[in-house]
Design a protein around this ligand. Structure first.
Ligand code: CTP
Ligand code: MG
Length: 256
């Protein structure tokens, strides 16, 4: 691991940032097949794109990949096969039943000395390095929790969810769209703050799908920085089509 320190005007203490990549999900909404993080995009597993996106930032010195519980060896072999920059170390640990448990497993694997952590969905393989750097910069500048986010295209309705699929659902409220943001990853945290959130915020049901939400429950201020269209989450089959199109455009623009 690189021990280079990054001085910023706000702080002279050494900063060491790790990225935890939860990749242990099945990808149920994508349909039958391999675990989502291992599906190919332009010939490379989605996870490899996501790991490279984190390693592309000079601020990230360690990547912790949280693999499907039965796939840790396969994921370790994949990472060994696909070279990362020499300055980026990686570790693979098995994940849990929920994203929250998987993130916790990744945090537990961090070595001493790490001061900030990014949590990045393997399912957001195409996030540009500028977005990663902007999140790191905001955390190193003193924000304990930073989330990249975009304004919404669609208006959002709050409803009373129907118990029967397809049944009409009564509308409860229409939040003002201009006040809403759709959040992405990587989310960046002061490490001690995120660990405290994972220790103190209860795991219920499916667990938290958003790490910043857990930090909010501690009463700590979370801030949003501009996200990026290409940081979208590959969730449903159409998202694979979009991801392939983004990669094709990148190849056409810069020879990839
Ligand atoms: N994730 C994880 N461990 C889990 C569940 C999810 O590490 N038990 C990870 C996924 O691998 C993904 C990220 O959390 O990178 C975001 O989750 P999501 O997009 O919901 O992925 P899946 O849970 O795999 O998809 P689905 O909900 O459709 O099954
Ligand atoms: Mg999920």
């Amino acid at each position: 691991m690189s021990d280079e320190s990054h001085a910023s005007p706000q702080s002279t203490a050494p900063h060491l940032t790790a990225a935890v990549i939860p990749a242990a999900g099945r990808g149920v909404r994508l349909g039958p097949g391999a675990p989502k993080a291992l599906r190919a995009l332009s010939g490379l597993p989605m996870l490899i794109h996501a790991v490279r996106a984190m390693a592309a930032s000079r601020g990230v010195s360690l990547v912790v990949v949280v693999a499907p519980p039965d796939g840790a060896v396969e994921v370790k072999n994949l990472l060994d096969e696909h070279a990362l920059p020499e300055t980026t170390d990686y570790v693979v640990v098995p994940g849990g039943d929920t994203r929250q448990e998987s993130v916790r497993a990744g945090l537990d694997a961090l070595p001493p000395g790490i001061t900030e952590v990014l949590v990045h969905d393997a399912a957001r393989p195409l996030v540009p390095v500028d977005t990663v750097d902007a999140v790191i910069e905001a955390v190193r500048g003193g924000a304990p929790a930073v989330v990249p986010a975009l304004p919404l295209a669609d208006t959002v309705k709050q409803v009373e969810p129907a118990t029967e699929s397809g049944a009409p659902e009564p509308v409860v409220a229409t939040p003002e769209r201009a006040l809403l943001r759709a959040v992405q990853t990587p989310q960046g945290f002061d490490l001690a703050t995120l660990i405290r959130a994972h220790e103190q915020v209860a795991l219920n049901g499916e667990g938290a799908t958003d790490d910043a939400g857990m930090v909010e429950q501690l009463g700590v201020q979370v801030v949003v920085v501009p996200g990026h269209e290409e940081a979208f989450k590959v969730t449903r089959p159409l998202d694979l089509v979009l991801a392939e199109a983004v990669l094709a455009r990148r190849r056409a623009n810069d020879g990839f």
